[in-house]
Design a protein around this ligand. Structure first.
Ligand SMILES: C[S@@+](CC[C@H](N)C(=O)[O-])C[C@H]1O[C@@H](n2cnc3c(N)ncnc32)[C@H](O)[C@@H]1O
Length: 224
């Protein structure tokens, strides 16, 4: 069993501004642990986590692959999250490099077809669009959960809406790349998978699901 990263350096004050790992984080860790052998076998060189929050997930991937095995990049719109991600990397001896940016931001086109492991546990909670817009502007704790209509407004930007900027999973993924996305039932998983296949030729499957209180959580994995 791969231990959950040490987060003892993060304080209550940090979690006032940065998402504290919860069931959605842990289901993603479990899905990654389930795939650990396969992930090692593709010898990933570049891992990118979008919305890294505390840095728990990126550090966990680092402990699956080894600290010097890959480049661990992370983005978050919330600058406090980027600081926590860096501290969590250090605490767990994984050199995670966080960048304060929306989605993939300035990393494209440098990362085109280069990302072997792409991870996103997005703000997936259905809210009014205005709430999601405000949360994206404020780049604080509400940005961790406010997902707008169907909880998909932020995820959709990554999946398709900003084609002009080339921020699409299939532009990012290397030929052997994998994209792990956390979702809840209200996000309409079959629609996500259908769109990803039709528009981007990425095959999606549910690799893990569980109920956590009122949420029905899923981890989707997309591959070429
Ligand atoms: C549900 S939290 C997940 C945090 C962490 N990955 C985890 O699993 O515990 C969502 C994260 O996405 C970040 N986020 C929201 N919108 C974003 C955007 N447009 N670009 C990058 N990060 C974003 C939030 O600040 C938050 O840290």
């Amino acid at each position: 069993m791969i231990p959950t990263p040490d987060l003892s350096h993060l304080t209550r004050e940090d979690y006032e501004h940065v998402y504290e790992p919860a069931e959605d984080t842990f289901i993603l860790l479990d899905a990654l642990e389930q795939d650990a052998e396969e992930l090692r076998s593709i010898s990933p060189l570049v891992c990118l986590e979008i919305g890294s929050g505390s840095g728990c997930v990126s550090s966990f991937v680092g402990s699956i692959l080894g600290d010097s095995a890959a480049l661990y990049l992370a983005t978050d719109i919330n600058p406090n999250a980027c600081k926590c991600t860096q501290r969590t990397g250090r605490q767990n001896k994984i050199p995670v490099e966080p960048i304060t940016a929306s989605l993939v931001g300035p990393l494209l086109p440098r990362l085109r077809h280069s990302v072997d492991i792409l991870l996103f546990n997005p703000p997936y909670v259905p809210t009014f669009s205005s709430e999601a817009d405000d949360a994206q502007q404020d780049a604080d704790i509400a940005g961790a959960w406010a997902g707008g209509s169907d909880g998909m407004e932020v995820t959709d930007i990554l999946l398709e809406e900003v084609e002009a900027y080339g921020v699409r999973p299939q532009d990012l993924l290397s030929p052997k790349g994998r994209f792990y996305l956390v979702a809840v039932k209200q996000n309409d998983l079959s629609n996500i998978c259908k769109r990803m296949l039709l528009k981007h030729k990425l095959k999606g499957e549910v690799v893990l699901q569980r109920r956590a209180g009122r949420e029905h959580l899923f981890v989707l994995r997309f591959t070429r």
